[in-house]
Design a binder for this molecule. Structure first.
Ligand SMILES: [Zn+2]
Length: 220
């Protein structure tokens, strides 16, 4: 078994505009015309970005520049030691890959202190935090909009970012960390987070600090 020798950490914020990350429809209030609600923390009611969602976007973005996929549009599962996708994110549907174990941990991103306060105030005072946006299908022959679907977007908010990168013996820590940071940069400069990126949703900006944990100094 390989020895874990270090852990990189990216902390900071994700500033978002028009973020569309869906929750389940059973949260819908009776009488609401929304078809798709925003994902919310069940206790506080505040929106958040699940780690799985950020991790998925990051992986998809890096696979795109590598031209890698296991076919049928599925994530890369080659499991090669030199496939940074499989090393960092794990080999898709590959039970014993040479690349294992998975190096990255992406925590759920909750609202920053300022955004959480803005959310609580908006809720108390009837202010706006979410936008209810209609997505229309425009019929080509008549030009009429058909059956708009109502979606809820987080209008403008910042979330706390927390990504860990486990480093094992034989890894090149700087190269793996640079790759993760490149993926975040690609989301920011060329893509989006959440759904509807091609229609303007999920524009994000990352503000990131990098640090390295010394495992022998960690204790509680
Ligand atoms: Zn791979």
């Amino acid at each position: 078994m390989k020895r874990m020798i270090s852990c990189g950490k990216l902390t900071g914020t994700i500033q978002s505009q028009g973020l569309r990350i869906g929750g389940v429809s059973q949260n819908l209030e009776i009488g609401s015309q929304l078809d798709l609600t925003a994902l919310r923390d069940p206790i506080s009611g505040r929106p958040y970005i699940p780690g799985s969602s950020l991790k998925g976007s990051l992986r998809a973005m890096l696979e795109r520049i590598e031209g890698k996929s296991s076919g049928r549009g599925e994530p890369c599962g080659c499991g090669d030691r030199d496939c940074k996708i499989c090393v960092i994110f794990g080999a898709h549907k590959n039970p014993q890959p040479a690349s294992s174990p998975t190096r990255i941990v992406v925590r759920d991103a909750h609202l920053t202190k300022d955004s959480a306060e803005a959310f609580d105030n908006a809720r108390k005072e009837g202010g706006v935090f979410f936008e209810e946006k209609a997505e229309n299908l425009v019929l080509r022959d008549s030009g009429l909009a058909k059956e708009p679907r109502w979606q809820e977007r987080v209008w403008s908010a910042s979330f706390d970012l927390d990504i860990l990168l486990h480093i094992y013996e034989g890894d090149n820590p700087q190269s793996l960390m640079r790759y993760v940071r490149q993926g975040l940069g690609l989301i920011q400069e060329t893509g989006a987070l959440g759904a509807g990126g091609s229609r303007g949703s999920g524009q994000v900006k990352f503000d990131v600090q990098e640090s390295w944990l010394e495992l022998e100094k960690i204790s509680v």
